[in-house]
Design a protein. Structure first.
Length: 187
């Protein structure tokens, strides 16, 4: 069984990106188990806090989950043409201490996707995430892209993906990532 951890880069309860992660979980092939993680309890990064008390428990839990996964699925909103601050903050915390980077991120396959109510998708946010993830040494999966625009039209008020065309795009995206993970197991 391929194990993927998924993170939404949004804290909103009615987040399109959290709904997109859940849709990927529902549409994943039977050989792929997706565990949804939350960044809600990650505090703002503070080097003084890290020096006095170490890595917070919420961050350590995220790091351990990532370290035990075959791959990472990240769904990001796009705020002002860039990365949401809470997501970048969580990534920065998970890279601490630097000695843990290889255990948590090193060569771990990562797939990026995103949803927005706007018309342009999340291309800029996904592109902005490339640099930190390259620096952290992940293996970026680039065989497919998923930039979901007009998210208000494809989810119902309860967060169910109701657009069949988009459902098929999500199904193909997560099946492609799962197949990549199966073909390229992490050593």
């Amino acid at each position: 069984m391929t194990r993927v951890v998924a993170i939404s880069g949004s804290l909103r309860k009615a987040s399109f990106n959290t709904w997109l992660v859940r849709a990927a979980m529902d549409l994943a092939p039977p050989s792929c188990a997706i565990e949804v993680l939350s960044i809600r309890d990650v505090p703002l990064y503070d080097g003084d806090l890290e020096a006095t008390t170490g890595v917070p428990p919420a961050v350590q839990s995220l790091k351990n989950s990532l370290a035990g996964a075959d791959g990472i699925l990240l769904s990001t909103p796009e705020y002002n043409g860039g990365i949401p601050g809470v997501l970048k903050n969580a990534i920065d915390w998970m890279s601490r201490p630097a000695a843990d980077i290889a255990r948590v991120f090193g060569e771990r396959p990562l797939a990026l996707m995103g949803a927005t109510p706007g018309a342009n998708g999340t291309r800029f946010a996904q592109q902005a995430l490339l640099q930190p993830f390259r620096t952290l040494g992940v293996r970026l999966w680039t065989e497919q892209t998923l930039y979901l625009a007009g998210a208000r039209k494809v989810f119902d008020p309860q967060g169910q993906l109701i657009d069949e065309t988009v459902r098929e795009l999500v199904r193909k995206f997560i099946a492609g990532f799962a197949a990549f993970l199966e073909r390229n197991p992490r050593q």
